[in-house]
Design a protein. Sequence first.
Length: 166
Amino acid sequence: IILGHPSERGSLGESGDTSMIFDEHVVADLINTVGLAAQYAAATGAAGYLSIGAELVSSNSAMLLAKYRSGFHEVLNGTRQVTGTSGRSEQLSDLDDLAAPGPSRVAVARLLALDLFSAFGLPEVQQITADGELALDHFYKHRQDRVKEWASAAGIPVVDQLRPPG
């Protein structure tokens, strides 16, 4: 899965050797990839637990964590550039729980994203709350209806806005 957004002028006018990594794309790709891996494992007769690993890697440019909410992109405030790798995140979860869309799949994706985003200095995943809710205001506005539809079908609660922790 290619998550970066390299451009000739780099990210937001910075040097041309940077790539933007969009937080909501990482979260959605993690949810989908966890599901695909679990479905494949189940279809081949695997049972028990599934170990999932994720890592953001850039072999030829630095990465910046960015957001894309209203038709424009910008680097997330307070984050730092990462060169090389975000470090590897690994999670273990019940295969049957991950094979169908639902709270377990979203929870594992959140834990993986927490580890990956922490390399950039982001302390929290903005699309998934600690309670497993999807926060619509942290998804691109033209995709929010699709996010709500998927969440409803998967039994995932949705909130309009991310609540501050505490």
